[in-house]
Write a protein that binds this ligand. Structure first.
Ligand code: ADP
Ligand code: MG
Length: 879
């Protein structure tokens, strides 16, 4: 289907920004709007072995093909002084450790229609084409090179590792002058945000299919020109952009003297095409892995949990997770920028020439000779045994990287300075100094780039029929992925104990989400609206949790990806979800990550019925006995855009009410089929912090009832939010039958009451608005005529409207046919007849009669506990 024209509008815009992603997509965009005009799908930018037995001795950087080596002592990760392209160009070569390198470089030119992305021709060395498509006007030529390197061990004769890295021919970023935009991307996701370089205003944000590895514009000669961009941890990026878009945040930041600081890290992540490492900025909330400082070793035995009790805070905040291959453990996440390790310095890094006669030594001192990076590709094909000129250019490349980093830093600083003048200047200077220092160190670093990875072993999977894997008692199909969560979690279709299950595969964390999840599930899954837990198994790499198999998330339902969607009642699903939450809260379990992703829809039972269930207990926290709250420090916050404001406030303690807030957002999201009370994704968390929401998309008829409860759930003040138990009593979940019963019970209850009694007073206060002045004028003629036959009903009296409803229901069978027809069937149409004419009637009556909640007949309508707590609360805000 590629390339595709994503919108008809886009046809009139010509692309002036190109984005290359890890997955191998090449997007053409309009620079100012961020609109994607077309996309070209090529091979992934890096391809490394996913074969486990090969180990992961090297991590490539998809931005430039740099290589990082994982050391087998506790020193962590080291950056090699060469990139994949450089190794390819230097190959064939061998290292002093007996590794043979072979490399290939494959060039192609892709001729494109710049307006549509249509591939007109691909020119390669061995391709069939004889001539360029010269008669085509307005053709864009993109040069792409794939570098592949293979390593063989002379001693074991085994192939050690191979990798390929692809790159587009372009001018380097440092060549560009006066570039007016600032691009920020996420290091682990496809998110990119673009700001105006002068004002810092966010121009657009976009989600690409995978992390961005390069951005380009077109030069006047229609060649690609790299433009600078900065990668951040996604949370950091989201906070930064959220903050930039909110005055309130900016003011608060200055007030609290919180300085936004960004720290350079090396992000190590896993992707479809293997592991990778790339530079990423983080803020102080992101845990950075620094093996030696924190007593955590990068490569060691299975238990990574800090032993020291005092380190608990650290343990809880760690967001990294581990990946194991045989005896080697690699922490995925944000690592401190690799430092120089004195013990690893090799006096001379040597590569033996192909002829074997003379040993060439690659100089270590960075060359000052400027050679444009584009020339690298061309100037090296001559003689592989002479390293001089081309090797110098590699080293120049390192300098370029250094310069680019500084430019990126300056750009970042530019944004920050616009917003956080003076106060941040100092910290940025320090950061810059640190970065320069680190770059220097890196440049001087000379690390042997091969290490022995003897401890790598094969996985111990026993394959079972139909492509399933077995882990203990659990079977799962690695090809049938049901979903994935954060932190590298995968959920597969599986079997356990003769039934279909979902198998959640977790990477063993430094501290274990999995254990916590299972522990809490064991305690709480005896409820139809909490996901059922069956079994947990582990192998040398992962934990596997077998869970009740679900068909979809509530997000799938809203987005139309749930096959049962048409039969499902959104309100029923929500009621069930709140029921599950009430159960958790009754056990003092706070979920902390309620969002549409984490509310699942069960498989249909024998009667074909499905139910909603709370799942994903990874962030759950059990309140200590007798404690009503926990401090913010005790764990990671949930998911931005769904997090209660107090979760982000370190001073405030959080309680079960954080879940109520998130559930309020989820309720609005489901009832409006995808809208969020706090607006568009990027501004959500900032709006949450401002308490700025909008519930205008609720439907008119039921809107007042729904708004009433959602509004309370979204209260900025946690104590003002209702409990899950109270929410379950709210009329939002009442079927029409119950509504009618309530109206009748109220009418019966107030029949004989005097005008000045409390309940009548409460009912009639503001009642005129509810009945639109005179309710009789808003009912049909048939009913008006019918009512006239009986006692006098006062049109200005709400009590009389309720009485009329009660009597017509009571005598429904005796009503003339035309009146029956107008009122419709009991209860649904009948109730709708009145509530559609008087949309505030139900909620108004509900709040007015609250004063009778303690009476036996009304106990089914109210949560008495919550009423006792808030005693003489004024009438609900229903405007
Ligand atoms: P995480 O803790 O990483 O967020 P989740 O438990 O939320 O992981 O699972 C991630 C995704 O996997 C869910 O959003 C959902 O799409 C899918 N999933 C999780 N559990 C099940 C299940 N029991 N049945 C079907 N799909 C599931
Ligand atoms: Mg989840």
């Amino acid at each position: 289907m590629w390339p595709s024209k994503l919108s008809s509008l886009s046809l009139h815009e010509s692309p002036n920004l190109f984005v290359s992603t890890l997955n191998g997509s090449f997007y053409a965009l309009s620079r100012n709007s961020g609109r994607v005009l077309w996309r070209l799908k090529e091979d992934p930018v890096i391809k490394v072995p996913v074969d486990v037995s090969a180990g992961f001795s090297f991590l490539p950087d998809p931005k430039d093909g740099s290589l990082y080596v994982i050391t087998d002592n506790s020193d962590g990760i080291k950056k090699l002084p060469f990139t994949i392209p450089e190794l390819v160009i230097a190959s064939p070569c061998k290292s002093t450790e007996g590794i043979l390198y072979t490399g290939t470089k494959r060039d192609s030119w892709i001729a494109l229609d710049p307006m549509t992305g249509e591939k007109l021709q691909t020119l390669t060395m061995d391709g069939p084409q004889k001539v360029c498509p010269s008669n085509l006007e307005n053709v864009l030529y993109i040069g792409r090179t794939e570098y592949t390197i293979s390593m063989f061990d002379m001693k074991t004769h085994a192939k050690r590792w191979n990798a390929s890295f692809s790159d587009y021919s372009s001018h380097v970023a440092s060549d560009i002058k006066d570039y007016e935009l600032i691009h920020c991307t996420a290091s682990s996701t496809g998110v990119a945000v673009t700001m105006d370089g002068k004002t810092g205003e966010i121009l657009w944000h976009r989600q690409f299919d995978s992390p961005v590895v390069a951005m380009y514009t077109l030069n006047s000669d229609k060649s690609l020109q790299k433009v600078p961009f900065t990668s951040f941890a996604p949370e950091t990026l989201e906070h930064l952009t959220g903050q930039l878009s909110s005055m309130w945040w900016r003011d608060r930041f200055l007030e609290h003297k919180k300085e936004p600081k960004f720290y350079p890290t090396l992000y190590v992540g896993e992707h479809e095409n293997g592991l990778f490492a790339t530079a990423s900025f983080v803020d102080e909330n992101t845990v950075t892995i620094a093996p030696r400082d924190k007593g955590l070793k990068l490569l060691e035995g299975p238990n990574l949990t800090p032993l020291d009790e005092k380190q608990n805070i650290y343990e809880e905040r760690v967001t990294a997770h581990t990946i194991r291959r045989g005896g080697i453990i690699l922490l995925l996440g944000y690592h401190e920028v690799p430092e120089q390790d004195m013990s690893r310095i090799h006096p001379n890094y040597q590569i033996t020439d192909k002829s074997g006669s003379t040993e060439k030594v690659i100089p270590h001192q960075p060359s000052q000779k400027p050679i444009p990076a584009v020339d690298n590709r061309d100037g090296v094909s001559d003689n592989k045994s002479t390293m001089g000129e081309s090797q110098l250019s590699f080293l120049y490349n390192l300098d370029l990287k250094f310069i680019t980093t500084i430019i990126l830093l300056l750009l970042t600083i530019g944004v920050v300075l616009i917003y956080f003048p003076k106060k941040t200047e100092e910290s940025i200077k320090i950061m810059l100094k640190k970065q320069i220092e680190e770059n220097r160190l890196q440049d001087q670093q000379q690390t042997p780039f091969v290490r022995k990875s003897g401890s790598v072993s094969c996985m111990e999977y026993e394959e079972v029929p139909q492509g399933f894997f077995q882990v203990g008692k659990i079977f799962y199909n690695p090809k049938d992925v049901l979903g994935h969560g954060c932190e590298g979690t995968f959920v597969y279709r599986g079997r356990f104990d003769g039934r279909d299950v979902a198998v959640k595969r977790l990477l063993p964390e430094c501290f274990s989400f999995a254990d916590r999840e299972v522990e809490l599930l064991r305690e709480s899954d005896q409820h139809p609206n909490v996901i059922r837990y069956f079994c947990m198994e582990a192998d040398s790499q992962f934990r596997y949790i077998a869970l009740e198999l679900c068909v979809a998330t509530i997000q799938d339902f809203v987005e139309g990806r749930c096959e049962y969607a048409s039969d499902l009642d959104p309100l029923l699903l929500l009621e069930q979800a709140i029921c599950g939450l009430a159960h958790l809260h009754s056990l003092d379990i706070v979920h902390r990550d309620i969002k549409p992703h984490n509310v699942l829809i069960s498989s249909p039972n024998a009667q074909g019925k499905v139910r909603a269930m709370i799942s994903d207990f990874g962030l759950c926290k059990k309140l200590a006995a007798g404690r009503m709250s926990f401090s913010r420090r005790s764990g990671a916050a949930g998911t931005d855009g769904w997090i209660a404001p107090e979760m982000l406030n370190e001073e405030q303690r959080t309680t079960c009410s954080v879940d109520i807030f998130s559930a309020g957002c989820v309720m609005y999201y489901v009832l409006t089929m995808g809208k969020h009370p706090f607006g568009e994704a990027l501004k959500r968390q900032a709006n949450i912090m401002n308490g700025e929401y909008n519930l205008d998309s609720l439907p008119v008829t039921d809107g007042y009832v729904r708004r009433d409860i959602i509004q309370k759930m979204l209260s900025f003040e946690p104590s003002a939010r209702p409990t899950a138990k109270t929410i379950l009593k709210h009329p939002i979940f009442w079927r029409k039958e119950k509504q009618l019963m309530f109206f009748q019970d109220v009418s019966d209850r107030i029949e004989k009451e005097k005008e000045d009694c409390e309940v009548i007073q409460r009912l009639e206060t503001g009642g005129t608005t509810i009945i639109k002045g005179d309710w009789k004028k808003h009912i049909c003629l048939e009913l008006q005529n019918d009512l006239r036959k009986f006692r006098a009903y006062k049109g200005s009296n709400l009590r009389d409207l309720l009485r009329a409803m009660r009597n017509k229901k009571h005598h429904y069978r005796e009503l003339p046919e035309e009146v029956k027809n107008s009122l419709g069937t009991v209860p649904d149409q009948f109730v709708h007849y009145f509530t559609s004419r008087f949309p505030m009637l139900l909620i108004h009556t509900y709040h007015a009669v609250e004063c009778c909640a303690a009476e036996c007949i009304f106990s089914q309508y109210y949560d008495l506990d919550s009423i006792k707590l808030s005693q003489s609360e004024p009438l609900g805000d229903i405007t």
